[in-house]
Every structure is written in structure tokens, then in C-alpha cells.
Design a protein around this ligand. Structure first.
Ligand code: 2P0
Length: 351
């Protein structure tokens, strides 16, 4: 007889990823199906990651529950429910195939998640959060699905989460099917392919963003003319060029595409009606600092990218670290409102 007090448990971590070709726009809001493919670099788990423990037991009498950094969080949201449902369905079919397996799919789940960085920092916490949630439950259920198959589930939690199932360089292929079964993440290269890659994260503001990504991108889809050009021509060419740059470890090309894609994304935000502004004066000072350090070096040593907020991520190679840190101390350090910076090794995370 099954032991009704037994607690089954599994833990995992998932890294933060920062897109260098950005996801912005959904063709299906329920399944988080995007209007374009995207590409990210995963940050080192030593610096930025979510640690999640999933457990289940027939003795849990209070239903499914979730804590984030020690505080109770809502599990009733459609996104969390979609992840639970899909993972339970996979476990239930394994239990059907092998009746000796304990019926974990029928037990309440408890999920405890902790970030090792401030959630308020405006970094992509939902990406690491949903990736860790999905992987922790998949481990608990001993599912055999690959990270790419699990990415289809994580995507339903938060679009960008599908890219955090892997370390290194990751593409989210937008797919074309209505059920989302081909909208998934694939690893393009391990972090070890280009171990010199680094990212410096400049925290401009820890304030919560004014317009959430989910609603911002829908406003852009509905109102921006520039957006049509972005998804039909700009992003497809950026995806090709970025994959080549990574394959060839060509930093100048990587930087050129990353900066152009960030600019293109923020231009479509400005072209949204009413316009959306994520960058502020300090963000723009960071862009000028990158331009200056590249000009003074006589080669491309740094690339900026900005997500749906004012914080800058500056990509550079290890050999140029002192140059980059120096540039940001002297050029941006004096700007009012500059809060703190976190140095960060990029792309050394292993999935
Ligand atoms: C990205 N961002 O590619 C882009 C760049 C923000 C700017 O993915 O609604 O939190 O959960 O699918 O994934 C932020 O959007 O949105 C995002 P949902 P998500 O990283």
C-alpha cells in the first residue's frame, strides 16, 4: 500500500537569460505564441538564478501552493495552471503505462522558489522563475521529455521562460502551428563555445516598470506600423546574422546586431500609440558610453541591450573587462540617478 504521508521532492535551478534579438508581440496570448523568433544569452547561474523545490504528497491537504522568496503567491493564474496541467498530464500517462509508479499526478503540489537577485531589479525574473518551476516538477515526476519539449510548457508560463531551460546561446523558434507545438527553444551553442563572453548589468532603477511586457507588447501589435517591418524583415535578418556571429565568435558582428535589435525594439515601443518609453536619460547615457568606449578603442569592445525597463546589459569579452569597467565608472558613474552596478559573467551557465 502507498504511504500516504510520504513527501516526494526535487530541486533545480534555472538561469536568467537576456535577449539579443528580442521577443515582442504575441500572435496567441493564451499560449504565448510570439510574432517573431528571438535569441538570448544565458547568464551565469553563480550570479543570477532561481532555485526551485517542487514537492508533492497525498498528505498535503491545502491544495497546490507556491511561495516566491518565502511569500505565498497565487497559483490560480492561467499561466501557472497551464504549466501544472501539462506536467500532470505527462506524469499521468507515465503512470498509466507503468501502474507500479506512485500516483504523483493526483497529489497536491508545493513549489518554493527563491531568486538570488532582487526581483525588483527589473531583470527577467519571470523567465528564470517559470523555467525553474517547470524543470523542478519535471524532475519530481521523473519525466523523460527533453529540455526543448519542456520549453513548450515553460513558454506557456512566460514566453521568455522557454529560453531559460538551457545555458549558453539559445533560440526560440516562433513556429507556425496554431497549437504551439513548434514554438520552442533550442540551444545553439553551449556557454563553453564562447567562454570569453561577459555581461555587465547596470541597474539604473529598481522601480517596477510602468507598462508590463504582456500589455506593452499587445499595444505595440495593435498600433505600431513600424512593428510590421520589424517582424517581417528586421528580426529575420537579425536572427540569421546573430546565429552567424555566435557560430563564428565574431564579437563586432554580435555587438552590431545586438545594439541594432535593441534600438529597433525600443523604436517600435516609441511608435506604439500612445508611446511606451522604457529607457530613461541614464539609459541613453549608457548608450553614449558604449559608443565612446568603442570609438576610443578603435574597435567594438562593448554592446548594449535594454529590455522592457531602463537597466542596461553591456556585453563584452573578458580581455576588455578593465576597459569596460573603467569606461562605465568615469562616463556614467557621475550621472544622477545611477544606482549601482553588478558585474556579471555571461554565458557560463550550464543547463
Ligand atoms: C525578451 N522581453 O525577448 C523580451 C525583450 C522584454 C523585452 O520577453 O507575456 O515576460 O510572459 O510572454 O516573456 C518580456 O516578456 O512576456 C520579454 P510574457 P515576457 O526577453
Amino acid at each position: 500500500m502507498a504511504d500516504s504521508t510520504k513527501v516526494y521532492r526535487a530541486s533545480t535551478t534555472a538561469p536568467v537569460n537576456i535577449a539579443v534579438v528580442k521577443y515582442w508581440g504575441k500572435r496567441d496570448t493564451k499560449l504565448n505564441l510570439p510574432t517573431n523568433s528571438s535569441l538570448s544569452v544565458t547568464l551565469s547561474q553563480a550570479d543570477l538564478r532561481t532555485l526551485t523545490t517542487a514537492s508533492c504528497s497525498a498528505s498535503y491537504s491545502d491544495g497546490d501552493n507556491l511561495t516566491l522568496n518565502g511569500e505565498a503567491s497565487d497559483v490560480s493564474g492561467a499561466r501557472t495552471q497551464a504549466c501544472f496541467r501539462e506536467l500532470r498530464t505527462l506524469r499521468a500517462s507515465a503512470e498509466l503505462a507503468d501502474p507500479s509508479l506512485p500516483k504523483l499526478s493526483q497529489m497536491p503540489l508545493r513549489i518554493a522558489s527563491e531568486n538570488n537577485f532582487p526581483t525588483a531589479a527589473g531583470l527577467a525574473s519571470s523567465a528564470a522563475g517559470f523555467a525553474a518551476l517547470v524543470r523542478a516538477i519535471a524532475n519530481l515526476y521523473e519525466l523523460r521529455e527533453s529540455p526543448t519539449e519542456l520549453s513548450i510548457i515553460a513558454r506557456q508560463g512566460s514566453g521568455s521562460a522557454c529560453r531559460s531551460l538551457f545555458g549558453g546561446y539559445v533560440a526560440w523558434r516562433m513556429g507556425s502551428l496554431a497549437d504551439g507545438s513548434d514554438s520552442l527553444a533550442v540551444q545553439l551553442a553551449e556557454a563553453s563555445h564562447w567562454p570569453e563572453m561577459r555581461a555587465l548589468i547596470l541597474i539604473v532603477s529598481t522601480a517596477k516598470k510602468g507598462v508590463s511586457s504582456t500589455s506593452g507588447m499587445q499595444q505595440t501589435v495593435a498600433t505600431s506600423g513600424l512593428f510590421k517591418e520589424r517582424i517581417s524583415a528586421v528580426v529575420p535578418s537579425h536572427m540569421d546574422a546573430m546565429e552567424e556571429a555566435i557560430d563564428q565568435k565574431d564579437f563586432a558582428k554580435f555587438a552590431d546586431v545586438a545594439m541594432r535589435d535593441s534600438n529597433s525594439f525600443h523604436a517600435t515601443c516609441a511608435d506604439t500609440y500612445p508611446p511606451i518609453f522604457y529607457m530613461n536619460d541614464v539609459s541613453r547615457a549608457a548608450i553614449r558610453a558604449v559608443e565612446l568606449v568603442n570609438r576610443e578603442a578603435g574597435r567594438t569592445v562593448a554592446a548594449y541591450t535594454f529590455d522592457a525597463g531602463p537597466n542596461a546589459v553591456i556585453y563584452h569579452l573578458e580581455k576588455d573587462k578593465d576597459l569596460i569597467l573603467g569606461a562605465f565608472k568615469s562616463v556614467v558613474g557621475g550621472v544622477d540617478g545611477w544606482k549601482a552596478e553588478d558585474t556579471e559573467d555571461a554565458a557560463t551557465a550550464e543547463a
